[in-house]
Write a protein that binds this ligand. Structure first.
Ligand code: ADP
Ligand code: TZD
Ligand code: MG
Length: 582
């Protein structure tokens, strides 16, 4: 093992070339254009990582499988090809499983490939090395799950995994490869012939003309129309079509977090700064690649102008989505348009015709007015320079840096560190902002940084809460090892939400939300040869970020933030049961 050449076995007098399971897996991935694996080696996949690297696949090794998995999931989002995460059995598999679930929940195409132990021992529960029925455990959180037992089925297994990950609504797929499979050898010609190059894995899905007409009739009847763009719209790479729809109709739009930059946040029709005005005021809302889940208050309640917690606000909804089951999941969808976003939006733009009616002037003026007021208020707050630095004064710097570097990828996680960044830092290009996603999950940070740098080759800027960073912090070694152009800014407020809680008993343990005061995360970066900077003022932060971008060196800036500055749970305090009672 360990060589890429097919082994030569004697069969009577005839010399027959054979190929093993390792090689078939590598060849099947390469045949389908997979050029990168995010993983962590060990039994039984160590040789798979070595031989994949020897065969020209980029194999990126992480310090924990969860981070490799998050990297794979976001690579899938950015490229529309399944991101591959490779792990060992039981514990490695379980570490990767979180990311697999995350990919499924966020509609990102990803394949978790895990080695597994011997089937006959696992199934009789006889206590194999790292014994676990991984396939059964993966199923509930995966879009699909497959196991391959015979080398001649590797081609089919990988083809099915790829198709399941990227077709229709994308998601996470689990592929179980038992240890014995890798060592199986079969005839080389037959083996190569068994591989499948997947044709058109994510076929266009053209919407029904009557669905398009129904949607446009409703849209044209609106007095206060609104478009909401979600990360499905960002994923679809239909940037030109979406811009054409917005600009042709002249309808104000609201980007969800990862749809920011699909059109530049400074676009005159962007209603982000008037969110709490447009949601309850709108009469017809067109959702494009966005679900009416908790992030949109389920399409009802006070956010939408409903009287009570669960009351309908009176809006009519159009929903453009690839999943035919998404409509009516929370409120009535009056006009579902099922298809891929590029085809749907293209069909709508074509059907609008040349003289498309514009929304009433009063609506546009009301939105513009609200925006102006809120933008002015924010500008006032951002202009302040308090000591110690707070989220606003630090993020005013990040905002300028991103504006000057619109191609940079922005990774963002935390609570206050997330919410303030989302509202303060404008994005100018599609798919540049990647964050905690549908679950509001902490721990995606460093995995996302690695994948974003590797996939896009652009500068990566990560704005991290100090708690959020801790979930994947050890991957700074990975970032240094691969010498990636990543600049991590830690909004260090000494804890979860803030650093000021006290232990009510007066005992020696600090409160559960509080960390070591004045921690020097910058030193962590220096341990691996990266650049560490301790920044206590906006000027120091600005210089450090500019240096990082100029040098493209792995950099970690410990930005000291006023420990009283945050609020409990950031913007979602209302979801916190105890806070709600108060
Ligand atoms: P957000 O969190 O930004 O609101 P969601 O993740 O809730 O976005 O919604 C994304 C939606 O986009 C999902 O319902 C998914 O089915 C849909 N989607 C993903 N890719 C496509 C595509 N290529 N075409 C159409 N819909 C898509
Ligand atoms: N664990 C996981 C995996 N995801 C989570 N979202 C949480 C725990 C709970 N949680 C949040 O929702 S935000 C957060 C936690 C632990 C951290 C907030 O602290 P921070 O950000 O330092 O990252 P701020 O700026 O101090 O608010
Ligand atoms: Mg914090």
């Amino acid at each position: 093992m360990g060589t890429a050449e097919p082994q030569v076995a004697a069969a009577g007098d005839v010399q027959q070339a054979s190929i093993d399971g390792f090689q078939l897996v590598i060849d099947a991935l390469k045949l389908n254009g997979i050029d990168t694996i995010y993983g962590l080696p060990g039994i039984p996949i160590t040789d798979l990582t070595r031989r994949a690297q020897a065969d020209g696949i980029r194999v990126l090794s992480f310090r924990h499988e969860q981070n490799a998995g998050y990297a794979a999931s976001i690579a899938g989002f950015l490229t529309q090809k399944p991101g591959i995460c490779l792990t060992v059995s039981a514990p490695g598999f379980l570490n990767g499983l979180n990311a697999l679930a995350h990919a499924t929940v966020n509609c990102f195409p990803m394949i978790l490939i895990s080695g597994s132990s011997e089937r006959e021992i696992v199934d009789l529960q006889q206590g194999d090395y790292e014994e676990m029925d991984q396939l059964a455990i993966a199923k509930p959180v995966a879009k699909a799950a497959f196991r391959v037992l015979h080398a001649e089925d590797i081609g089919v297994g990988i083809a099915r995994a790829i198709r399941a990950a990227v077709s229709g609504r994308p998601g996470g797929v689990y592929l179980d490869l038992p240890a014995k499979l890798f060592a199986q050898s079969i005839d080389a010609a037959a083996g190569r012939n068994s591989l499948i190059k997947v044709v058109d894995p994510a076929p266009r899905q053209i919407p029904a003309p009557e669905a398009v007409k129904r949607a446009l009739d409703l849209l044209k009847s609106a007095k206060k129309p609104l478009i909401i763009l979600g990360k499905g719209a960002a994923y679809a790479h239909a940037d030109g079509e979406i811009r054409a729809l917005v600009e042709k109709t002249g309808i104000p739009y609201l980007p969800m977090s990862m749809a920011k930059g699909l059109l530049e946040d400074t676009h005159e029709l962007c209603a982000s700064a008037a969110r709490s005005f447009v949601l309850p005021a709108a009469d017809v809302v067109m959702l494009i690649g966005a679900r009416l889940n908790w992030l949109l208050s389920h399409g009802k309640g006070k956010t939408w102008g409903g009287k009570g917690h669960k009351d309908w606000g009176g809006q009519k909804f159009i929903q453009v989505d690839i999943s035919p089951q998404e409509a009516d999941s929370n409120v009535r969808i009056d006009a579902p348009v099922v298809g891929d976003i590029a085809s749907c939006v293209l069909a709508m733009v074509a059907a609008l015709g040349p003289e498309c009616p514009r929304p009433p002037q009063e609506w546009l003026a009301a939105v513009a007015d609200k925006k102006k007021g809120n933008v002015a208020k924010m500008a006032e707050t951002l202009a302040k320079n308090p000591s110690p630095m707070n989220f606003h004064s630090a993020l005013a710097v990040v905002r300028d840096i991103v504006k000057a570097n619109p191609d940079a990828m922005l990774v963002n996680e935390g609570a206050n560190a997330l919410d303030f960044t989302r509202s303060i830092v404008d994005m100018y290009k599609p798919r540049k902002r990647i964050d905690v996603g549908t679950w509001g999950i902490m721990g995606v940070g460093m995995g996302y940084c690695v994948a974003a740098a590797v996939v896009t080759k652009h500068q990566v800027i990560a704005v991290e809460g100090d708690s959020a960073f801790g979930f994947s912090g050890m991957e700074v070694e990975t970032i240094c090892r691969y010498n990636l152009p990543v600049c991590i800014v830690i909004m260090n407020n000494n804890g979860v939400y803030k650093g000021t809680d006290v232990n009510p008993t007066g005992g020696p343990d600090v409160a559960p939300t509080v960390f070591v005061k004045g921690a020097r995360y910058d030193k962590l970066m220096e341990a691996f040869g990266g650049v560490g900077v301790h920044a206590t003022t906006p000027a120091e932060l600005r210089k450090a970020m500019e240096d990082a971008i100029r040098s493209r060196k792995p950099t970690l800036i410990n930005a000291v933030i006023d420990e009283t500055a945050g609020t409990e749970s950031g913007r979602i305090t209302s979801l916190n049961p105890s806070a709600k009672k108060k």
